[in-house]
Design a protein around this ligand. Structure first.
Ligand SMILES: [Zn+2]
Length: 510
């Protein structure tokens, strides 16, 4: 549940009164209950949280508008680059329309050399992202139910950790906060092209989690019979299945599901073979229709693992519960799941079914979100990302089609993810002469000695590897980079430590 707070005007300079939820709103809503609030808005499903939808839409619109204004404003600025008072005029426009102070080193000498529009464009995208991140960490616009409440809920389903790997496609970047309406701090999210997650990385995380349970009893004691839930999220497009599905799987939904499933099974097997406790892992396979954000969750088979062929569709749940009482939602949805899968009614799958029911319930709000704000289908059903995010981190990016993710520690090992990203941005930007803006990022734990220095060295290393992999585009200034690190233990915002748009750097730089 979103809990907004009254704030001063945001860094991004736009009114945010729409998303603010006052204490009176909260109290009013608690009195009414989610279902009654939904019924106040004609046409909403009784399970829909309409107030939350309004808050989420205001946040999404405001943030995306800040990025989308950059190109038209720079077009306007470009028109008078030969005027004698160019810098003054450019700054006035940038302040007024973008809420940014442009860097003087990119505006000087335009009487003799053409303005480096590509570089200026990349700088504006980076600066807008920096302000977006600052706001996210200082104002917490997507703050949700407390971590303790969510932890209590997942433990009631028999889990101690929930670990999601969606596809890196920007159309899935809002999977946690919007599509599934889960608190972003309460779940782990690591994105990979085609949801083909790194099995070793997940194994390492599993070891960390189990060690912490043993040594610190966090998030719960190792003696509790709870399990680690690993979920993979693939995607497809119902309106243009052959074109707008998952690029990493040739736009084939069945292949995308099979690919994600193969990694899930490899992870489960990996834990079993390495630690003799594969039974402590539960698996979940989820598909998202990127046209309208409706999910499908694969039902458990006889072994409790997701059945590749048998799934329950949130749209069907939406239709079947159109006149149901929200108070009965968990029971009704659980029964619908059990109708689809006999294994779902087995005692050892009860927790999994309860969690599935929560996801399907939450997704009903998102189906109405797309219905009401986008007429039931996004206008940007294809790629429309604003920048590439590469490295480790990006917790603040919870919006659809804002960022293409490449979660990686080295460019070489995850070359596919990087190549897919550059391919997408070749279509979006490079073909039009605009650079692909790449934010290279490495989060670190500030309580580990030397961690910041290693993170800084890492982002420089990743920048060099990018320049080596795409020498032409880098040379021609068609790929620009911003290097950032973040102390994730301190809950701080990002820190910019370098990049190709900084003073004294030519071309795409490295
Ligand atoms: Zn994909």
């Amino acid at each position: 549940m979103l809990v907004g707070r009254q704030k001063r005007a945001g860094h991004l300079g736009l009114a945010r009164s729409n998303r603010v939820r006052t204490a009176a709103d909260v109290a009013h809503r608690q009195r009414l209950g989610a279902g009654n609030v939904a019924r106040m808005h004609t046409g909403f499903h009784p399970f829909t949280n309409a107030v939350e939808n309004d808050c989420l839409f205001a946040y999404e619109s405001r943030c995306k508008a800040a990025f989308d204004k950059i190109e038209p404003v720079l077009r306007e600025i470009a028109q008078f680059q030969h005027d004698s008072n160019f810098i003054i005029k450019a700054q006035e426009l940038a302040r007024l329309l973008l809420n940014l102070e442009l860097p003087e080193h990119l505006l000087e000498n335009t009487w003799i050399a053409p303005l480096e529009m590509g570089k200026l464009y990349a700088w504006c995208v980076f600066e807008t992202f920096r302000l977006f991140a600052d706001e996210f960490y200082s104002d917490k616009p997507l703050a949700q139910e407390s971590d303790a409440d969510f932890q209590h809920f997942i433990e009631s389903c028999g889990f101690h950790t929930v670990d999601f790997s969606p596809c890196a496609d920007g159309r899935l970047a809002h999977t946690i906060s919007y599509v599934l309406r889960l608190p972003y701090k309460g779940v782990r999210r690591k994105s990979y092209a085609g949801a083909m997650f790194d099995v070793e990385d997940s194994l390492q995380k599993w070891v960390e989690v189990e060690h912490r349970r043993l040594s610190e009893s966090l998030p719960n004691s190792a003696s509790e019979p709870t399990r680690y839930l690993k979920a993979a999220v693939y995607h497809y497009s119902s309106s243009l299945p052959g074109q707008e599905g998952c690029a990493a799987h040739g736009s084939d939904a069945a292949k995308a599901a099979e690919g994600a499933m193969s990694r899930l099974l490899a992870f489960q097997q990996g834990v079993q073979n390495s630690f003799c406790c594969g039974a402590s892992i539960d698996l979940m396979l989820i598909g998202i229709d990127t046209d309208n954000d409706a999910i499908r969750i694969h039902c458990p088979d006889a072994s409790g693992n997701p059945d590749g062929e048998n799934y329950i569709d949130a749209q069907a749940v939406y239709d079947a519960t159109r006149h149901a009482n929200p108070a009965d939602s968990e029971r009704i949805i659980s029964e619908l799941i059990e109708q689809k899968s006999s294994a779902a009614s087995r005692e050892d799958n009860r927790g999994l079914v309860k969690f599935m029911a929560r996801l399907l319930f939450n997704n009903i709000s998102q189906i109405d979100y797309v219905r009401n704000n986008f007429n039931g289908c996004y206008s940007d059903i294809g790629h429309q990302e604003r920048f590439i995010g590469m490295g480790v981190g990006f917790e603040e990016v919870q919006l659809r089609n804002l960022t293409y993710f490449a979660y990686l520690k080295t460019v070489e090992q995850n070359a596919t993810d990087v190549d897919v990203g550059i391919k997408i941005f070749t279509g979006l930007n490079i073909k039009r002469g605009l650079p692909a803006p790449v934010v290279i990022r490495y989060d670190y734990h500030g309580n580990v000695p030397g961690a910041r220095e290693r993170a800084v060295a890492k982002v420089h290393c990743l920048q060099q590897a990018m320049a080596a992999r795409f020498p032409e585009q880098t040379q021609q200034g068609l790929i620009h980079t911003m290097l950032v690190v973040r102390d994730c233990s301190a809950d701080n915002s990002i820190e910019v430590v370098g990049g190709s748009t900084q003073p004294g750097v030519t071309g795409g730089g490295h």
